[in-house]
Write a protein that binds this ligand. Structure first.
Ligand SMILES: [Zn+2]
Length: 428
């Protein structure tokens, strides 16, 4: 699917370092020339007439160097900065789609906007918003919940309205509905607007060379996504598309290297790690390093349902690569306190074009903005907040407290502080 995030992107932030000095330059040049001419006249008029040999040659009387510099401005690099965000698991349990059915207007199927409304301003401030769509979306299959999910397509449409354009579809629930689920989800995403990018599903091996690429303000960003497993549900021959497992290292290496060639930035989503564990496994770190070495710039981890830390890694070619090991759940009605705490990653993708045409790219300023999935008693009124907008009163009213009375405002902050490096943590 293609590629321009026209609706997503607010006006470009292209910071040109080039100075607009042409008019000023001409004026200064003219002054310089006049100064030289006057100096030369004065020189000829007043210089003591000694022997011809002692008169300095006229060529030495040149405009001061500074005038020349102003007349011909040094070309400056052009810097384009894109604000990028990544959001964790959008995991649609029954209470969420039942709520969406109740909230829909007469004659309309589902309204999920309520779930995301507290983050609209936040996402509007980004140029690109990426999310792991954990559950299959379609308008064909009946909705269903754990363990084999199916989600009304209206959920993805609400995410689109919230500003998301990049959807990662590779995770342990991708095969939940077998071949019918794959076919329905492919048809659904075909109906989404042109500027939607999906990644993580390929139509067989012949399709592996097709790297989804988005162009924003002239900057090309490649998106790849992989999953560790599919809950034991195997790919079958009737499936018209498939995921790529993290065990298929040769395929991943080929894709990431190809993406490195084709794009300015390579963003890789990985659905990995141990569920409900804050600990990063050695396998996660090893794969992160490989992805970095092959060409990834940003690695977005999802799946454990809880937060895991983030770090910079250095790629074989010296690039600084940012890895967020688990963003946790974004929206769900899971039942444990730390499954209700997530984070949205933001960072800047900066492309610099030098006057000689050479281009270099860098990732800057990664931050993890803590989120809280809130529901009232009985898992009602499910919606997500940034922690900075959440309140102790809301925390006291959280439905999870019926079983876990220790859940509260301080618990959320302490959990985030315990598992996320303070260098990246954004609570306020
Ligand atoms: Zn998962």
């Amino acid at each position: 699917m293609a590629k321009h995030a026209k609706h997503a992107a607010p006006p470009r932030r292209r910071h040109s370092a080039q100075k607009h000095t042409s008019h000023k330059g001409v004026t200064l040049y003219t002054l310089g020339v006049l100064l030289v001419a006057v100096s030369a006249l004065l020189f000829l008029r007043f210089w003591p007439r000694r022997s011809v040999d002692t008169v300095p040659p006229a060529v030495e009387v040149e405009p001061p160097a500074v005038s020349e510099e102003l007349a011909v401005p040094e070309p400056q690099p052009v810097v384009t900065t894109l604000r990028f965000s990544a959001t964790g698991d959008n995991l649609i349990h029954a209470p969420i789609y039942s709520q969406a059915a109740r909230r829909a207007a007469e004659g309309e199927g589902y309204s999920f906007d309520y779930c995301y409304m507290n983050l609209l301003d936040f996402y509007a401030q980004q140029d690109i918003n990426w999310i792991n769509q954990e559950t299959l979306c379609s308008k064909e299959l009946a909705p269903s919940t754990y363990p084999c999910f199916s989600t009304p397509g209206e959920c993805a449409e609400a995410l689109y309205r919230a500003g998301f354009r990049v959807f990662s579809l590779s995770n342990n629930h991708t095969y939940d509905k077998g071949a019918a689920g794959i076919a329905a989800t492919l048809r659904f995403w075909e109906t989404m607007p042109e500027d939607v990018i999906t990644t993580g599903l390929w139509k067989g091996e012949a399709d592996y060379g097709r790297i989804p690429i988005q162009t924003v303000d002239g900057v090309k960003i490649a998106y790849l996504s992989y999953t560790e497993h599919t809950n034991g549900i195997p790919r079958n021959s009737k499936m018209t598309a498939n995921i790529i497992y993290t065990s298929q290292q040769d395929v991943m290496e080929q894709q990431v290297r190809a993406a490195r060639q084709e794009a300015d930035f390579v963003i890789v989503g990985v659905h990995w790690g141990v569920e409900d564990s804050h600990n990063i496994t050695q396998a996660q770190r090893t794969l992160a390093q490989s992805l970095a070495d092959w060409g990834a710039d940003v690695i977005i981890g999802t799946h454990p349902h809880v937060l895991q830390d983030a770090e910079w890694r250095t790629a074989a070619d010296g690039r600084n690569v940012f890895v967020a090991y688990s963003l946790g759940n974004f929206l769900s009605t899971q039942s444990k306190p730390d499954q209700l705490i997530g984070a949205v990653l933001t960072l800047e993708l900066e492309q610099t074009t030098e006057p000689d045409g050479s281009v270099h790219c860098a990732v800057h300023g990664p931050k993890l903005h803590v989120t809280v999935t809130h529901y009232d008693a009985g898992k009602s009124n499910v919606r997500t907040y940034l922690f900075r907008d959440y309140t102790p009163e809301l925390a006291q009213a959280h439905g999870v407290r019926a079983v876990y009375p220790s859940f509260g405002y301080d618990y959320i902050r302490q959990t985030a502080q315990t598992y996320i490096n303070s260098e990246f943590l954004e609570l306020a």
